[in-house]
Design a protein. Sequence first.
Length: 191
Amino acid sequence: MNNATTYKNRSVRSPYQSSQSVPKKAQEQEHPIRSHVRKLCGTYNLSATFTEDAEALSTLQNSRLIAVRCVLSKDGKPIGIGHGSSIVSRINRASERTAFSCLNGALMSAINSACKTLDVLRLEVNDDQAATDKSAMYREYSEPATEKQKNYARQLLSMNVENEADAEQIASTLDDMTKDEISGLIQRFAA
């Protein structure tokens, strides 16, 4: 008696597969964040100054300690300080390797702290541009308000805003609003 079970091979859609295909226009369109990233790219003239870390040496007071301090500067202004250290022992006898690892450790530590400073500097320079870009990205991927929403908002404006000039000014912005924006406006006036 043959108890072998045969299974029919059928394709099953993965739960990770989208039920709708992405429109071709959306596939070809570049995400606005990419243009924002291009604006941030550039060349930074950085310098790294390495010195023996006298503070670490005096604090730890170990004759086998090697300690290095790295100050990373941009345009002559320090933006990050890093520290690297090692103890010379049987495990790491090679003096060049020990020294290089201290220097590299101090550099990586300085770069890590400088990244935060560079972020702040970029934010200061590009604050206005970033707000504009973020607004453009939001609008790009938000659906425009429907005619039904716009008409209802116009009705609410005419009933709730006494000053006709103010009502007209708000009404003039309705065509540029997204569904979310006009929904907030409707909730404000419908209450």
